[in-house]
Ligand binder design. Sequence first.
Ligand code: ADP
Length: 632
Amino acid sequence: MADVTLRHVYKVYDGGVRAVNDFDLEIKDKEFVVFVGPSGCGKSTTLRMIAGLEEITAGQLYIDGQLMNEVEPKNRDIAMVFQSYALYPHMTVYDNMAFGLKLRHTPKEEIDRRVRAAAEILEISELLTRKPKALSGGQRQRVALGRTIVRDPKVFLLDEPLSNLDAKLRVSMRSEITKLHEKLETTFIYVTHDQTEAMTMGNRIVVMKDGFIQQADTPITLFEDPCNLFVATFLGSPQMNIIDAELFMDGKQLKAKLNGLDNMVVTFPDIKAKQLANKKYIGQKVLLGIRPEHVRPNEGDLKAFIEVVEHLGDESILYCKMENRKDPFIIKIPFNSKIHANEEINVAFNMDHIYMFDADTHKAIMGIPHEDKIPVRINNNLMQVGEQDIVLEKDFVDHLLDSAFNADIKLAIKPDYITLNKPESEEEKAIALKGKLEFIEQKTDYQAVYFSLAGLEGYFAIKIANGEKVALGKEVELYLPYQRVKLYDEKHNKVNSREIIHPNKGVCTVKTINGMMKINVGGATLTYPNSENYADGRYEITFKQDKLVPIFSKKMLKNNKALTNPEMEAPNKIKVSAYDEDVLGDKLLIYVQIPGFEHYASLVVPNNFSVYKMPKFEMYVPSDAFELKAIK
Ligand code: ADP
């Protein structure tokens, strides 16, 4: 057993580079997971945090259910293989492989047994007496793998292990490593920037960009249902063709005028048209995507002028010039030696495989959504979803920010997390929504099932296993686990938190002098005009969640107009220490200890600093940031 779980992991480097944000992933025992993305997207940083070579700024890392954040790398029972294999040149292959075990004082016979077993697995038994300089690049990389195999780790971490090898060797080592994974039956986490490597090796692929996970799915699902334009164009070779288009209705049929392709018109099949995320896109500009293999030559009436042909053995790739289009339009067909450059052909799209993206956000807007999103309103412990009123239990309500209540908010959840069966254990509480099953689309790895919710437009989609039976037109309960539900306000700031939100309540004393009042709280004395005529005495003080202002630099003081008003110049500040933060969007939720308060306070502040860089700081307390209630 060796599952690896990352819970909302962040890495902020010294200097403030946010290299990894909210990395949330469960890697199952024996899984082969690949992190892929362009250079600088945070793959290595994440891997190094798992290895313990890099401190985790925030969030939790579990290996086999045990919290690992503070555990030394050597005690994590993991092995890491790097791109530079750094073998000891003066040692034989045998000694290179045995070295680590010798350091650990493993008995000699045991070392011998393990080295020979590993050499057998890697098919390098006949090389054991050689020195590294007498090995090829591929053999050296195998020895480097051997060095880690002998340690019998629970988890293998591989950081671009093949990037120093030539192209041909890389291809053969790919399958070697896949085979090795099957033989060892251990969890593998593999980092690469090469999409082909990722697609051919991983059971599951985590596509990253700018420090954020874009999508984590099986290769087939990533290919069939990319969640955005980035994933769609990053995976697949040659790349998906992207076309500017405009949607319109022709009677009952959804059609698109291809502005980017000679204004040709295409018609969506019914099953696709129904999957349009939002009717607001009709009449609007969108981006259509069609993979080169889903374009049919010698059909339809779209004219393509072939500029270049690449015959690649089993397939031919055509690079075409099209009217109104700058980029070449790429077509992939089974090998056909009769097709030549400088010819014009007619092509048609296989519309069962069309993709659609929002022209601005680049999110996929047709097909199973990356996240289902529905408007909701919460009042006390009641959540209104269309025509349904849902009672929320204390567990859920305790994680809501003040701004979640009585406001138009959005509930978001990944379709993968929604189930048709009520969770069995008490801990897995879930929101139960009633939905009517409208239609199903069969995918390679799963069935996409689309529901309508009474009183709401659009659809609510879930994924269920192939073979699971469901009945069309029936109303059923859908279960949304509390832990997986995210709530957002109109500005896309999250309004539910990881930690429980306690009321920001403490005790203070008030002393009045000449129309002013002095409040003693949190080890500070705050002075305000006594406009409410409070009497001397003890009060319960409640700080409002979003009114305190953290002071974290002189520049910030200067730039913040609110702080330069005369009242704010008064020394009305409290020293606090923070113990965690939760990025909400352009706001940050910080959990701070105010001296004398029983629980931590939860405060919403701008997202332009991090408490991890500044765990102790001062907070300005404007006069509208608190309420007082006399204690009798
Ligand atoms: P990848 O492996 O995807 O190429 P990295 O994890 O190496 O990306 O880097 C992610 C981001 O963090 C990049 O912007 C990189 O410049 C930055 N970074 C990496 N290591 C450090 C470091 N030691 N100090 C500061 N910034 C770093």
